[in-house]
Ligand binder design. Structure first.
Ligand SMILES: [Zn+2]
Length: 161
C-alpha cells in the first residue's frame, strides 16, 4: 500500500492546509506534519504577519521622518493622502543618505537642506526614491532650481501687465 504524501496540517493559528510531504521519508511524514503545525502558521497568516511587520517598519520610519522634518525645518509635503506619508519617508531617507555623503556639518549639507525646503511636491520625492546617496546633493539642488524657475514662470504668466 502506498503511503500518502499529502498531509492535512493543523497550524498553530487555527487554520489547516494540505501540504505535500513527499520529500520527507514516509515514516517521518506524520510526525513532521505535527511538528510543522505546532511551529508554523498557515501561509495566509504568514503573509499577513509579514505585511504587519512591514507596516510597523513603515510607521517607525515615518516617526523618524517627522522628527527629521522638524529638526531641519522641512515643510509639509503636498500630495494625496496616500502620497504624503510615502514621500515624507522617501525625503527623510534620501536626505539622511545625502547628509551622510556630504558630511552633516559641511556647507553642502546646509545647501542641501535649504534646497530640500523648497521642494514640497510628493511626486518629485517619490520619483527620486531610488537615487544613490552620491546623487542626492545634485538631484535635490537641481530640483530646487527647477522649482524656482517654475515659480517665476508662473508668476510671469499670471501677471496681467
Ligand atoms: Zn492561519
Amino acid at each position: 500500500m502506498a503511503i500518502a504524501t499529502k498531509y492535512k496540517i493543523n497550524f498553530s493559528c487555527g487554520h489547516a492546509e494540505t501540504k505535500d510531504l513527499g520529500t520527507t521519508p514516509a515514516g517521518k511524514r506524520a510526525s513532521k506534519a505535527r511538528w510543522m503545525g505546532e511551529k508554523y502558521t498557515c501561509s495566509k497568516c504568514f503573509k499577513a504577519a509579514d505585511q504587519k511587520d512591514l507596516d510597523k517598519l513603515n510607521a517607525q520610519t515615518l516617526v523618524e521622518a517627522e522628527v527629521f522634518e522638524q529638526e531641519h525645518e522641512l515643510p509639509e509635503l503636498q500630495g494625496s493622502e496616500k502620497q504624503v506619508p510615502w514621500a515624507t519617508r522617501v525625503r527623510y531617507q534620501l536626505l539622511s543618505d545625502g547628509l551622510d555623503e556630504v558630511g552633516h556639518d559641511s556647507p553642502d549639507a546646509q545647501e542641501l537642506i535649504v534646497a530640500a525646503q523648497t521642494i514640497t511636491r510628493c511626486g518629485w520625492w517619490i520619483d527620486y526614491k531610488d537615487a544613490d546617496p552620491g546623487e542626492v546633493f545634485e538631484v535635490v539642488t537641481t530640483g530646487a532650481v527647477k522649482v524656482k524657475e517654475q515659480a517665476e514662470n508662473h508668476v510671469d504668466s499670471e501677471n496681467p501687465f
